[in-house]
Ligand binder design. Structure first.
Ligand SMILES: Cc1cc2nc3c(=O)[nH]c(=O)nc-3n(C[C@H](O)[C@H](O)[C@H](O)COP(=O)(O)OP(=O)(O)OC[C@H]3O[C@@H](n4cnc5c(N)ncnc54)[C@H](O)[C@@H]3O)c2cc1C
Length: 286
């Protein structure tokens, strides 16, 4: 988020200091996540029915934003096998409820494309999902443990590729000054309206004043907000998900679909189609 915002501001002519604890930008959650460009299928239990719309707007705009910020065509990014959604027998929702949600998502995708023109991965599909027939379902999933499954056009990108092109663009942008290996300690809003940032780089504490600051931290965001007088108005729901990336011979890669269990604490497999897989799950904590 920090890199994208810095590039957007820099391209509009603002000078930006990009401060990060890491030795390079994009080494945090943005590098280690699943890379799924969500169309919103997984948010089937949202009582307000708004999360899928938010997610699909971002995913449909992704290619356009990446191209605008980096000059790289989004097609150059490799994408995973499309996701299948399987419904375990103890799912919180029935096949029918999930199917209804998928139809809503489908309609929202078509409306968003009609209104804004941005395409998912710059490609247009007639249908973004279909329910698997029993044979196709049993080819990929255990019929004893699952009620059924849906095939979708949803995909993941390789997060390392995204990080590379964004870091390259940041490095080439004369309006961005990267201040790395530096921890932001606090932010104070001054009476002048400016913001003073206290940071620690290499054991040296320093202060700098800015007319505008964006807090793009992930793990430390709420703490830094509080130092600037922005109240932590939780409660928050936190989830703990374990992940592992593995590399395996490419010969076997086509038989393993990218897959997400829905709806409950199940997890995902992403088949990146190059012999690498991202696997995530919710560990049982006593
Ligand atoms: C396991 C997992 C899987 C996910 N899967 C998906 C997915 O499939 N699709 C999706 O859209 N989203 C997914 N997400 C969410 C996504 O990763 C985040 O929304 C996104 O990466 C957040 O970007 P960010 O720039 O805010 O955070 P980050 O990329 O973590 O950047 C924050 C930066 O702040 C730096 N930092 C932290 N504290 C300080 C400090 N005090 N001072 C200076 N620097 C500091 C860190 O070094 C880091 O570089 C997932 C998240 C996780 C954890």
């Amino acid at each position: 988020m920090g890199c994208c915002l810095a590039l957007e501001l820099a391209q509009r002519g603002y000078r930006v200091d990009l401060v990060d604890l890491g030795s390079a930008p994009m080494t945090g959650a943005s590098l280690h996540n699943e890379g799924k460009l969500h169309l919103g299928y997984v948010y089937a239990n949202d009582p307000l029915k708004i999360t899928h719309g938010l997610m699909l707007r971002g995913s449909l705009a992704f290619s356009h934003i990446i191209e605008k910020l980096t000059g790289c065509a989004a097609e150059a990014l490799s994408s995973s096998q499309p996701f299948q959604y399987y419904v375990p027998i103890d799912s919180q929702l029935s096949m029918t409820a999930i199917g209804d949600h998928f139809h809503e998502v489908e309609q929202a995708i078509h409306e968003q494309i009609k209104n804004f023109g941005h395409l998912y991965f710059n490609r247009k599909y007639d249908r973004y999902f279909k329910q698997n027939l029993p044979d196709a379902h049993c080819n990929s999933f255990s019929p004893e443990l699952t009620l059924g499954s849906f095939k979708t056009e949803e995909r993941s990108v390789c997060t390392a590729d995204v990080a590379n092109i964004l870091c390259r663009a940041v490095g080439k942008e004369p309006n961005i000054n990267c201040i790395l290996k530096t921890r932001v300690i606090a932010a104070e809003r001054l009476s002048s309206g400016e913001v003073e940032i206290e940071s620690n780089g290499g054991g040296k504490v320093s202060r700098a004043t800015y007319s505008c600051v964006a807090n793009c931290l992930w793990d430390d965001r709420l703490r830094i907000d509080e130092t600037a007088g922005i109240a932590n108005d939780g409660p928050w729901i936190s989830r703990y998900k374990a992940t592992i990336s593995i590399s395996a011979p490419t010969v076997s890669c086509n038989r393993i679909p990218s897959a997400t269990g829905i709806l409950g604490p199940y997890g995902d497999v992403v088949n990146h189609r190059d012999g690498s897989y991202y696997i995530s799950w919710y560990p049982w904590i006593a």
